[in-house]
Design a binder for this molecule. Structure first.
Ligand SMILES: Nc1ncnc2c1ncn2[C@@H]1O[C@H](COP(=O)(O)OP(=O)(O)OP(=O)(O)O)[C@@H](O)[C@H]1O
Length: 219
């Protein structure tokens, strides 16, 4: 279970953007988080993925409170999360080929030996043709790059996926392909999902339940 307990977070302690918000995602559950632009969804998603330290409150991962944030989080907790953001070009190093991009977390955790097999398997899962794997981000489309970013998020087999507006810039067929890739992974692994977005129809179709920011902020 992923528990966000009474989180207060933001960029100025005197004026936090997330105020006393609690949310729980059960093991294997998918929860959609809806809310207007600027309300604090991405900030909450980043706290949930241990990428942003809250001012107050706790993140509890499968019963264990988070013991650090960003690079200070213990590896076992950091790698429990796969995160996909809205803009793949901001999260992809332009110098790397797509193979190198997807393989980065494996190399960083000393598991380079697994790269060839895992890349082949993930390319299939996310629908990336092998001909694209040697290209760099500027040589592929946004949708193709986002498929690679999703593969990178899955490469360490996370127990929790945080998708922050993963499909906001993409057309309907790429959106459907990415959602389907996430669901294939979840069916196989039992991973839970927190999907943040504006698209009510998409999140209601995709997730077991959706919550609106106003309900969280009131609870
Ligand atoms: N790095 C930052 N430094 C300072 N303020 C920030 C930073 N990132 C976000 N904010 C501010 O925090 C507030 C919440 O932003 P956040 O990105 O969490 O909202 P959001 O609900 O995800 O919005 P959107 O749906 O538009 O992505 C906004 O007012 C934003 O300007």
């Amino acid at each position: 279970m992923l528990e966000l307990r009474s989180l207060t977070a933001g960029y100025d302690r005197r004026d936090p953007v997330v105020r006393d918000v609690s949310l729980t995602v059960a093991a294997g559950e998918s929860v959609g988080l809806l809310g207007p632009s600027g309300c604090g969804k991405s900030t909450l998603a980043r706290v949930a993925a241990l990428l942003h330290q809250p001012d107050r409150g706790q993140v509890v991962i499968d019963g264990e409170p988070a013991r650090g944030w960003r690079h200070r989080a213990p590896r076992a907790q950091r790698t429990a999360f796969g995160v996909v953001f809205q803009q793949p070009r901001l999260s992809a190093d332009p110098r790397l080929t797509l193979t190198q991009l997807v393989a980065e977390p494996l190399r960083a955790t000393g598991r380079a030996v697994e790269v060839p097999d895992r890349i082949r398997e993930l390319a299939r899962t996310v629908g990336l043709g092998e001909d694209l794997l040697g290209r760099r981000p500027h040589e592929v489309s946004d949708g193709q790059l986002q498929r690679a970013c999703l593969a990178r998020a899955l490469v360490l087999r996370p127990r929790w996926l945080i998708c922050d507006e993963m499909t906001a810039m993409l057309d309907a067929s790429t959106t459907a392909a990415l959602v389907s890739a996430v669901e294939t992974y979840r069916a196989d692994s039992g991973a839970g999902l927190l999907a943040v977005g504006h698209d009510k129809v998409l999140l209601e179709r995709w997730c077991d339940r959706t919550v609106h920011w106003d309900e969280l902020a009131r609870s």
